[in-house]
Write a protein that binds this ligand. Structure first.
Ligand code: HEC
Ligand code: HEC
Length: 430
């Protein structure tokens, strides 16, 4: 059901921007933005104040050769076959992979996607790229509660961290899952009137105008034809390539062989936090390490020990009953049984992706733990895993030391290698 409800349609979907409407009325008042793409966007702010510029044209824009504008390796980075550890290769984890047969990750495709991801020419006035709201050092999310779009308007929800997007079996995207595929999702922000503000026709023109894209399209797709479909495929490949598998958790797991075992590279506090994460008392694992349940201990182990994502949108008790402005999946499906159900981002890199939840209501992980410990609200759709035997919200009664231990464990999921990997960094010479 790719039909978004009107309430959420301002997020990532409305194709015709106010600016465009004005441009039609006033004769090109929006064209100032085009100058912002000079040199693939470096120092764009100086050439586009976004307010004047009626009659400006882009005739003198130097769109640059690839070498002037971009710093790319002669041989593309390896995106297609990262050396994933064994815990990513089990059949249940492979089954989570949403890569479509007709858009596998290729090194050249993801390279094109990387350039598009960092190109501010993809926003109306040349000020915003995907990477503005999905910052590598922050696990490809935004440290502000709501993100600023190209004209300073704010998004309606907190930006989502993008690592492990590939391993979400429904293949649907956004907090409310309104995008049916990643290929569909990536065109949303470009057309969104708050975020980037282009029509798809303008998008294709922008990319065609920039000489540095020609070679990249040829390498990725065999010729230099620019289409929205190819742009979507390349962006989706780059996002799917953002695999997080090099954290201290991964090192410890590879040594110990099971998430249940003590990890030699963890502190006592981190090991305690890991045990708490696995216990029915918190049931964190039951939602955030989605997969088939383990057979009973002592021998049973979790089939998925790699992807810290729930399998589907759930209600984790943030609010008591439906709220006025955002009921997540319920607003998209129109079914009250979906109210308050949201997709979660992966817990990978969670220490650096705050603030937390779809509305960024919690600034710190301590606040998140306090929510689960004693703040869960009695929503009719509250997930059973957060209810007690009386069906009321469960209280975990965690001690301060246990709360700190959970936060410490979550910190072991930070993947410095991903957060600093040049293959995911800004390729523009700015
Ligand atoms: C102005 C800020 C902003 C920009 C620019 C932006 N995003 Fe986002 N992104 C967000 C927000 C906010 C959300 C969550 C929106 C929602 O769920 O309603 C999001 C969600 C996503 C998701 C969904 C992740 C998931 O797990 O479901 C993906 C993928 C994504 N963005 C990729 C991109 C790409 C690719 C671009 C560039 C073409 C981009 N974004 C540009 C703010 C932004
Ligand atoms: C019933 C399933 C469920 C359980 C149990 C659960 N969570 Fe969550 N968690 C979710 C959902 C769903 C979200 C996203 C909710 C939203 O934003 O509306 C979420 C969000 C989060 C986030 C914020 C993610 C982000 O990117 O903003 C953190 C951190 C988190 N949970 C940690 C935990 C920890 C730690 C535990 C155990 C104490 C736990 N969760 C137990 C379902 C669950």
């Amino acid at each position: 059901m790719p039909v978004p409800n009107s309430k959420v349609s301002s997020l990532h979907v409305a194709p015709l921007s106010i600016c465009l409407a004005l441009a039609l009325a006033l004769g090109g008042a929006c064209d100032a933005g085009d100058a912002g793409g000079t040199e693939g966007s470096s120092t764009t702010a100086s050439t586009s104040d976004g307010s004047s510029g009626a009659g400006d044209t882009t005739g003198d824009v130097d769109t640059g050769d690839e070498d002037d504008v971009l710093d790319l390796p002669a041989t593309p980075y390896d995106y297609a076959s990262p050396e994933l550890p064994a815990h990513f290769l089990s059949p249940p984890v492979r089954q989570l992979d949403n890569t479509p047969a007709d858009n596998p990750i290729t090194d050249h495709g993801a390279t094109l996607g990387r350039v598009l991801f960092y190109d501010t020419a993809l926003s109306r006035n040349g000020t915003v790229a995907c990477a503005t709201c999905h910052q590598q050092v922050h696990g490809f999310s935004d440290p502000t509660q709501f993100s600023e779009g190209f004209e300073g308007g704010l998004t309606g929800r907190n930006s989502m961290a993008l690592a492990e997007s590939r391993w979400y079996a429904t293949g649907r995207f956004f907090w409310d899952e309104r995008a049916a595929t990643l290929e569909e999702q990536v065109l949303g922000p470009i057309q969104n009137e708050v975020e980037m503000g282009l029509t798809l026709t303008e998008l294709v023109e922008r990319v065609e105008e920039r000489a540095y894209y020609r070679e990249l399209f040829v390498a990725a797709f065999g010729d230099d034809a620019v289409t929205t479909d190819r742009i979507a495929r390349a962006l989706a490949q780059f996002v799917r390539a953002m695999a997080s598998y090099r954290s201290r958790y991964d090192v410890g797991l590879a040594q110990a062989g099971s998430i249940r075992a003590e990890f030699a590279n963890f502190t006592a506090e981190e090991n305690l936090g890991k045990q708490l994460f696995l216990q029915p008392r918190t049931s964190c694992v039951a939602c955030h390490l989605g997969g088939p349940p383990p057979p009973p201990p002592p021998n049973g182990d979790f089939a998925n020990q790699a992807i810290f994502l729930p399998l589907e949108p759930l209600n984790n008790g943030l609010d008591a009953g439906p709220v006025e402005d955002d009921n997540g999946v319920g607003d998209v499906s129109g079914d009250p049984a979906d109210d308050g159900r949201f997709k979660s981002s992966s817990l990978r890199n969670i220490a650096v992706t705050g603030p937390y939840m779809h509305d960024g209501r919690f600034a710190t992980l301590e606040e998140v733990i306090d929510h689960y410990d004693s703040g869960v609200q009695p929503h009719p759709n509250l997930d059973p895993r957060l209810r007690g035997p009386d069906q009321q919200p469960r209280r975990m009664n965690l001690t301060p030391a246990e709360k700190s231990a959970l936060v410490a464990f979550l910190g072991t999921l930070t993947d410095e290698a991903l957060l600093t990997d040049p293959k995911f960094s800004d390729p523009f010479v700015r």
